[in-house]
Design a protein around this ligand. Structure first.
Ligand SMILES: Cc1cc2nc3c(=O)[nH]c(=O)nc-3n(C[C@H](O)[C@H](O)[C@H](O)COP(=O)(O)OP(=O)(O)OC[C@H]3O[C@@H](n4cnc5c(N)ncnc54)[C@H](O)[C@@H]3O)c2cc1C
Ligand code: SF4
Ligand code: SF4
Length: 366
């Protein structure tokens, strides 16, 4: 993959028509719309690659299109657009009014790689002897201490993680362009912009908000982005396996509203996406694990958008079970709770259900 031409060192006090904070699908689309109208746009992204959450998803509701097939062309179009500049690995420290526009102070974290020299060949990555849990794979796979963040990352620069690097120097010896720079430091920039668009997306709640679900005690009670990676064709295992022992699960329960519409944790509102991505994942699982028992436990199914209701009806027609009831607690049954080999849960209405050899999903608020 060629490097974007637009990720360049900024001149002091560079000026843009708009700065977009966040290089997810929303920020990229906003930047492309403005840039196509001849506005000069800077996209500031705190991660080493643009793409946001969407690039890590498997397929997307309601069409079941491949997520990276939708996202990668937009990432590439933004990176190569003559009117768009990218600043990745960069955070916005402050935004202040200045004249008729805004003055932004930015800090770019050190990649420990000179982006004017790096050609994304990954030779440093292949030689690095240190591995740590891969954040892109939700910790399920591993990544080297110096690596391009994921295969279709844009830009394709290696990033060194100083928390894991042992300074053995193998990457320096392997690099054909002398791009690895241990002495790189953070850089600050100021930019002026008429408009600022905040497209910083969402964060998922921690499963620790619902201790009654005992997620910390079982490897098989997983948050939703784990399942997205398990279902992704280029995911950590290439298929859906139970995290505790690597076996194929016989049953999977989806616990909806696990961190939303819940006054007890101060989150009374609906995330507006959990129902739909749970249905989507269950549909994808029915293809990946045709014999698995798939059940969604829900308060209401909020299929509010265009094409969403038929999507929900299709899931029911495919044999996915929908049980109305808020899950009150999940109790590990197995003598070794870490394996999560069997659990019993209680619905708030008092009904109990039991699922064995399975794993369950918590669906925190987004
Ligand atoms: C499990 C799951 C499955 C989903 N499945 C679907 C689906 O099938 N179909 C669908 O339509 N939607 C789905 N969604 C929703 C989808 O992920 C979001 O609608 C979409 O990703 C939102 O894009 P965004 O650009 O607004 O935010 P994000 O993708 O979150 O991007 C925001 C970007 O901003 C960056 N950022 C944040 N703060 C800063 C800062 N201070 N400075 C610089 N950068 C910053 C982040 O690093 C990130 O790259 C799903 C969500 C989840 C959790
Ligand atoms: S110096 Fe650090 S990043 Fe480079 S190869 Fe050794 S451990 Fe990996
Ligand atoms: S070996 Fe050098 S040029 Fe190749 S990806 Fe690593 S840092 Fe970049």
């Amino acid at each position: 993959m060629t490097q974007p031409s637009s990720e360049a060192a900024l001149a002091p006090k560079a000026t843009f028509d708009a700065v977009v904070v966040g290089g997810g699908i929303a920020g990229l689309q906003a930047a492309l719309d403005l840039a196509d109208q001849s506005y000069r746009v800077l996209v500031v992204e705190k991660q080493a690659s643009i793409g946001g959450r969407m690039i890590a998803l498997s397929k997307v509701f309601p069409t079941l299109d491949c997520a990276s097939c939708i996202t990668t062309p937009k990432m590439s179009a933004a990176a190569h657009h003559p009117n768009i500049s990218l600043m990745t690995y960069t955070t916005v420290d402050s935004i202040e009014p200045a004249g008729t526009g805004h003055l932004l102070t930015l800090t770019r974290k050190p990649l420990y790689v000179d982006t004017t020299l790096c050609i994304g060949c990954r030779l440093c990555e292949y030689e690095c002897p240190v591995e740590y849990p891969d954040p892109f794979e939700e910790g399920m796979g591993s990544i080297r201490a110096i690596a391009v963040p994921f295969s279709n990352a844009i830009p394709q620069y290696a990033v060194l993680n100083p928390d894991y690097c042992t300074a053995c120097g193998a990457c320096i010896r392997a690099c054909p362009t002398d791009a690895v720079k241990f002495d790189q430091v953070a850089e600050s920039f100021t930019v002026e912009a008429v408009a600022v668009i905040l497209a910083t997306g969402y964060r998922l709640n921690s499963t620790s908000l619902k201790p009654q679900y005992h997620a910390a005690e079982s490897k098989n009670i997983i948050p939703p982005l784990f399942m997205e990676r398990l279902l992704a064709p280029h995911g950590p295992y290439g298929r859906v396996l139970r995290p505790s022992d690597g076996k194929i699960p016989a049953s999977i329960a989806f616990v909806l509203c696990a961190g939303s519409r819940d006054q007890s944790i101060g989150l009374p509102y609906c995330s507006r996406i959990c129902c739909m991505y749970s249905i989507k994942q269950a549909m994808l699982l029915s293809g990946a694990l045709p014999t698995a028992d798939l059940t969604l436990y829900y308060m209401d199914i909020r299929a509010f958008g265009k094409g969403f209701e038929p999507f929900y009806q299709n899931a029911k027609a495919m044999g996915i079970n929908f049980v109305k009831g808020k899950v009150a607690r999940i109790t590990p049954l197995h003598s070794d709770p870490a394996t999560g080999a069997g659990r019993q849960a209680a619905l708030s209405a008092g009904q109990r259900f039991r699922f064995s050899s399975g794993h369950s999903h918590l669906w925190p608020r987004t």
